[in-house]
Design a protein around this ligand. Structure first.
Ligand SMILES: *Cc1c(COP(=O)(O)O)cnc(C)c1O
Length: 365
């Protein structure tokens, strides 16, 4: 039955959604044209299939689906702790790092509390803040497409509970340097949680972004947020994690939806950490493709900021953006277009990347 067929009298008043929910944008699924060779470059997923060890772990865990998973995710948290050089008490996991971020915001913010983040950045940030009934304070990116940390520090009030730093930034690919974050942390009160979202950290060149673990050790109000969705290729399984001071990590675990991270996801994540070298080889190939594409485009007049993620950012507004979107659409290439700002394209296999280059060449600046 479709909603058109619901039998409601004209004067029936249905239960109302909260204002914050009614105002949220609906999810718009990517368009697909039948019969076309689609290149899915809109979500920064890995184009590689899961690591073989992860696929094997999922196959094995599948026989336990009648049971709830370990709600404390002990094995995964201990494996992560060993990987990162922290204790399991400092690790909280969730259904994707978006799930962990929801735990962070609902765990720290009362209605009306403020969350500061840069804009444009990850689209989930405003949604999670609104859902929690908190207030979003967004600070425009600077001229170099990076975080304006001075303005972010100046925006702190006594209602500020959380600040989100995204490095490298989605969608612009620009990292925040270690030194700049350190200066920022000295300016921000230690009672404000500074979340460093490193969803793409594996793709960044060494030294381009922060040594976030070193910052965490020095500034216990730092919270590191990472995911298995991107470089590890487990986007569909939903598992991410935070590293935070033990009391905060414990609070995040308490805020979590019970059993939100499946046994399949937990086992696949452990197996993926064990197969770190294979993951790194794949990441190196993507980085090489990223450099090849950037050089190719620069030689043809495109001025791009060097991206440290597995994606390229094309700043384009008005008619250029519209004609790019049309051209990608017509070629069956799914990209992420941002109204008024530009287009983000995931770097994938070289055949897909070449299709992207051909389109961008035809629109060279
Ligand atoms: C993709 C992405 C995530 C990861 O989300 P998951 O919920 O872990 O899949 C987190 N932060 C940013 C900035 C991202 O781009």
């Amino acid at each position: 039955m479709t909603s058109d067929q619901l039998l409601t009298a004209p004067d029936t008043v249905l239960p109302a959604l909260r204002g914050a929910v009614a105002g949220l944008p609906s999810y718009v699924p990517g368009r697909r044209s039948a019969g076309m060779d689609i290149a899915a470059l809109a979500s920064n997923e890995s184009h590689y299939e899961p690591l073989p060890a992860a696929a094997a772990a999922v196959a094995e865990a599948a026989s336990t689906m009648n049971r709830y998973p370990d709600s404390a995710a002990v094995e995964l948290r201990e494996r992560l702790a060993r990987h990162l050089g922290v204790t399991a008490g400092e690790v909280a996991v969730g259904p994707g790092s978006v799930g962990v971020l929801q735990q962070i915001i609902t765990g720290l913010c009362d209605a009306g509390d403020e969350v500061i983040f840069a804009w444009r950045s990850f689209e989930a940030y405003p949604i999670l803040v609104e859902l929690a009934g908190a207030r979003r304070v967004h600070i425009p990116l600077d001229e170099a497409e990076g975080h304006d940390l001075d303005a972010m520090a100046a925006a702190v009030t006594d209602r500020t509970k959380v600040i989100l730093l995204c490095t490298p930034n989605n969608p612009t690919g620009v990292p925040i340097s270690h030194e700049r974050i350190e200066v920022f942390l000295q300016a921000v009160p230690s009672s404000v949680l500074v979340v460093i979202d490193e969803a793409y950290v594996e793709y960044a060149e060494a030294g381009s972004g922060p040594d976030s673990l070193a910052l965490y050790r020095r500034y216990p109000n730092v919270c590191i947020l990472r995911t298995f969705s991107k470089a590890y290729g487990l986007a569909g399984l939903r598992v991410g994690y935070a590293v935070a001071a033990p009391t905060i990590a414990e609070g995040l675990r308490r805020t979590a939806l019970p059993f939100a991270v499946s046994a399949l996801a937990q086992m696949a994540a452990v197996a993926s950490l064990d197969a770190g070298e294979e993951m790194e080889a794949r990441v190196a190939a993507v980085r090489q493709e990223r450099a090849r594409m950037a050089a190719h485009l620069e030689a043809r007049g495109w001025k791009l900021k060097p991206s440290q993620g597995n994606f390229l950012w094309i700043r384009a507004d008005g008619s250029l953006r519209a004609s790019l979107v049309d051209a990608f659409d017509a070629s069956g290439i799914l990209v992420r277009a941002y109204q008024g700002d530009g287009v983000r394209i995931t770097v994938a296999d070289s055949a897909s990347n070449n299709r992207v280059l051909r389109i961008l060449e035809a629109h060279a600046a």
